[in-house]
Design a protein around this ligand. Structure first.
Ligand SMILES: *[C@@H]1O[C@H](CO)[C@@H](O)[C@H](O)[C@H]1NC(C)=O
Ligand SMILES: *[C@@H]1O[C@H](CO)[C@@H](O)[C@H](O)[C@H]1NC(C)=O
Length: 620
C-alpha cells in the first residue's frame, strides 16, 4: 500500500521538505526513501495501465531476455539460469495445460517444499493465467483439506515426499472432483497421476500471452495462508497489486542487481515468496534456495555462494547467535539483512558478533494494508514514520484495553489516539488504495479484522492486532501482539519482555512466556517454557536472582517448564495457547517443572504444591 499512497501524496512534497528538514535529523534518508517510493509508485501505475497487464511473470520474462545465462536459482548441487528456468516452466505449463485442462482464472494448489520445482510450477501457473494457492507443506488431514477448500482449487500438485499426506485426504479430494498430481515419474495410487514424466515429455516452447490476456492488477494472483497460533489457517487473497507492492520491498531497502540472496524461509509464506523470491526476480538477482533453515550450514552457505543479502525472522537471528562462536564468524559478504521480529538485544548481539550488516527491519502482515520499514537501521525499531506516508495513509495507534481485549472508547463512543511514547493498537483505514481483501471463504475472520466507527460514524479500519509505540523521532517499536500480554494482579505483563529477561540467564537458550489460569484467581499467572543451552542444567538460583532483580513480582514466572524443543509455527512464531492450556499440573506434564516459592527461589514442582495451590493453601 505504501508506494501507492506515497505516490498520491507527491503534490504536497515541496512545501513539506523545508518544514521537515528543520525538525528531522534523518531528513536525507527520509527523502531518499520517499523518492524511491515515488519512483516505484510511478512504475506500478504504469504496469497497471499496460495492456496486457505487466505482472511479475512479465518482469521475469524481461530478465530472461536481458540476461539469459545469469544464474537464477542455486539449489543443493544444481544451478539453473534464468533461461533454463523459463524453459522448465514452459514444460510444466504445457503438461498442466494438456493433462489438467487448466484455463485462465483457475486455481491450483501447490503442496510442494522449497525446491526449484516449486518455482517452475508457480511460473507455469502464471503463464496459464491461473491463481496459485500456496499450501503449507507441514499441514495434514483436516487442516490440509480446510486450506484446500478455502481457495476452491480444482487441481492439486504435490511433492513426491508428500504422497502419504495426499493419500490421507484422497477420498475427500475425489468427492470434491479434484485432479491430483504427484511430482514423480510414476504413481501406483489410484486417483493420483504422476506429473514429472508428463513434464519431461512436454515441449519447452513459449506459451502465448493470449492465455492470460484478461489478468489485470486486481486479479487474484495467490492465496497465502496466515499461520494462526490457534485455529485453522486463514487464506489471504493476494492480488497482483498486493504482490507487486510486497515485491518492491527489495528495491525500497536498496537491494542491487548484483546482490545474491539466501532464501530458506518457506516459499508458502509471504516473507519467503513475495519479499524473497518475487523481490529477487524483480531485481534480476541470483537466489540460493534451501529446503529449510539450518543454523550449522547458514554461514558456510553464505561464504560458499558469496551471499550478500539474507532474510530473517527474529527467532532465526537468535538461533544464529546461540551457535558456538567461531573464528570466521565475520568472514562473509553479507551486507544486508531483511526481515522482521528482531528484538533489540539479539540485534545488538548479532551485529557485534557477525559484523557490520545493515539490518532492515520491516513491519507488515500478509493480508494487511499498512507497512513500515526501518530504513535508518535504528536498533530495535520496526519502522520509521515517513512524511509522505503519513500524508497519504490514515493509520493510527489507538488506546487498547488488554484485559477486555477491545479498544478504549471516549464518551462519544469513538476510539482514542494515544500520545507519542504510549502503546496503542495499530489500525489503518481501509480505502481504495489501502484495501483489505480479507480471507477467502471466511467472512467471520474477515469481519473480525475490521473496526468500524473508529473516529467517525461509518469509517472502516483494518485491525492489525499489533500493539506498537512511536517515539519522538518517529520510530515504531513493536510492543506486543494482542494476546501476547496477560494480566496478573491488575498489571499487564508483556510476554516478550519477560522472555528477554529469562534469556539473559546463563543456562537459558530459548524462552517462551505465557500466562496460565489458576483456580480462584483472576487473570493469568506467568509461566515460561525454557530450552536450556547444551549440556547445561536449569540453574534455579541464578534464574531466581535475575528475575527478582529485574522484574516486578507480578511479572516473574511462577512456573517454569523445561523442554527439549520449544514448539513453533511454520513461521517460527512461538506456540503459546497449547502450553497455556496445559497449565502447571505435574501429574499431566512430563517435562521437568519448577515452582517459584516467593522469596526462596525455584524448586521442583510437586503434586503437593499443586494441590495446595488448587485448594488455596498456597496463595499466589
Ligand atoms: C565468490 O567470490 C570469490 C571472490 O570474489 C570468487 O573467487 C568465487 O568464485 C565466488 N564464488 C562463487 C560461488 O561465485
Ligand atoms: C541455591 O539456593 C539454595 C537455597 O537458598 C541453596 O541451598 C543452594 O545451596 C543454592 N545452590 C547453589 C548452587 O548456589
Amino acid at each position: 500500500m505504501i508506494v501507492y499512497v506515497l505516490f498520491t501524496a507527491l503534490a504536497g512534497l515541496g512545501i513539506l521538505l523545508l518544514f521537515v528538514y528543520l525538525k528531522n535529523p534523518y531528513f536525507w534518508k527520509d527523502v531518499n526513501y520517499a523518492i524511491t517510493a515515488i519512483q516505484i509508485g510511478m512504475r506500478l501505475n504504469k504496469f497497471s495501465k499496460q495492456k496486457p497487464f505487466h505482472s511479475i511473470l512479465d518482469c521475469f520474462l524481461e530478465k530472461v531476455a536481458k540476461h539469459p545465462d545469469k544464474e537464477f536459482i542455486l539449489f543443493e548441487d544444481r544451478s539453473y539460469t534464468y533461461y533454463q528456468a523459463d524453459k522448465e516452466s514452459n514444460r510444466v505449463a504445457r503438461a498442466l495445460s494438456t493433462h489438467a485442462h487448466l484455463k485462465e482464472g483457475d486455481t491450483v494448489a501447490l503442496f510442494v517444499g522449497n525446491e526449484p520445482q516449486f518455482v517452475w510450477i508457480w511460473l507455469a501457473l502464471f503463464k496459464l493465467g491461473c491463481t496459485a494457492s500456496l499450501l503449507n507443506y507441514n499441514i495434514r488431514s483436516k487442516s490440509l483439506l480446510h486450506c484446500f477448500s478455502c481457495c476452491e482449487a480444482k487441481v492439486l500438485v504435490a511433492g513426491s515426499e508428500l504422497k502419504g499426506a495426499v493419500e490421507e485426504v484422497l477420498p475427500t479430494l475425489k468427492q470434491l472432483g479434484v485432479q491430483v498430481f504427484l511430482l514423480s515419474d510414476d504413481c501406483d495410487v489410484e486417483g493420483i497421476e504422476s506429473l514429472s514424466d508428463k513434464i519431461q515429455e512436454a515441449s519447452d516452447q513459449p506459451l502465448s500471452r493470449q492465455l492470460r490476456a484478461n489478468i489485470n492488477i486486481k486479479s487474484a494472483a495467490l492465496y497465502i495462508y496466515t499461520s494462526g497460533t490457534t485455529g485453522l489457517p486463514k487464506a489471504a487473497l493476494i492480488n497482483h497489486e498486493r504482490l507487486w507492492m510486497a515485491t518492491f520491498l527489495q528495491s525500497m531497502v536498496g537491494i542491487r542487481s548484483d546482490d545474491i540472496i539466501y532464501l530458506y524461509l518457506p516459499l508458502y509464506h509471504s516473507s519467503g515468496f513475495l519479499m524473497g523470491l518475487c523481490g529477487a526476480i524483480e531485481k534480476g538477482i541470483t537466489v540460493i534456495l534451501r529446503r529449510k533453515f539450518s543454523a550449522s550450514h547458514f554461514w558456510n552457505d553464505c561464504r560458499k555462494y558469496n551471499v550478500t543479502v539474507i532474510q530473517y525472522i527474529g527467532e532465526i537471528m537468535r538461533y544464529l547467535c546461540n551457535t558456538p562462536k567461531r573464528d570466521n564468524d565475520r568472514d562473509h559478504k553479507v551486507r544486508l539483512a531483511l526481515g522482521n521480529g528482531l528484538r533489540a538485544d539479539t540485534w545488538a548481539e548479532f551485529l557485534q558478533r557477525f559484523g557490520d550488516i545493515c539490518i532492515c527491519e520491516c513491519y507488515g502482515a500478509t493480508e494487511g494494508n499498512v507497512g513500515f520499514a526501518n530504513y535508518i537501521g535504528k536498533v530495535g525499531a520496526i519502522g520509521k514514520e515517513n512524511f509522505l506516508q503519513k500524508m497519504g495513509c490514515s493509520y493510527a495507534l489507538i488506546r487498547y484495553d488488554t484485559e477486555k481485549e477491545e479498544p478504549v472508547k471516549d464518551s462519544k463512543g469513538f476510539c482514542i489516539r494515544v500520545p507519542r511514547g504510549e502503546t496503542g493498537l495499530l489500525v489503518a483505514k481501509i480505502g481504495r488504495r489501502t484495501p483489505f481483501s480479507g480471507y477467502a471463504k471466511n467472512e467471520h475472520q474477515t469481519e473480525k479484522k475490521k473496526l468500524r466507527d473508529v473516529f467517525e460514524k461509518g469509517d472502516l479500519y483494518f485491525n492489525s492486532g499489533d500493539l506498537l509505540k512511536i517515539d519522538n523521532e518517529g520510530f515504531f517499536y513493536f510492543q506486543d501482539r494482542i494476546g501476547d500480554t496477560f494480566r496478573w494482579k491488575g498489571e499487564n505483563v508483556a510476554t516478550t519482555e519477560v522472555a528477554d529477561h529469562l534469556l539473559m540467564v546463563d543456562c537459558v537458550a530459548e524462552a517462551n512466556v505465557y500466562g496460565v489460569k489458576v483456580p480462584g484467581h483472576e487473570g493469568r499467572i506467568g509461566m515460561a517454557a525454557l530450552k536450556l543451552k547444551e549440556n547445561m542444567e536449569f540453574d534455579g538460583n541464578a534464574t531466581y536472582q535475575h528475575v527478582k532483580n529485574n522484574l516486578p513480582s507480578y511479572a516473574r514466572p511462577r512456573f517454569i517448564r523445561i523442554q527439549d524443543t520449544l514448539a513453533v509455527t511454520g513461521t517460527f512464531k512461538q506456540m503459546k495457547m497449547k502450553l497455556a492450556e496445559e497449565g502447571f499440573n505435574p501429574v499431566i506434564i512430563r517435562d521437568p517443572l519448577f515452582f517459584l516459592d516467593e522469596n526462596k527461589g525455584y524448586r521442583p514442582m510437586t503434586e503437593e504444591i499443586f494441590n495446595s495451590i488448587a485448594d488455596g493453601r498456597i496463595r499466589l
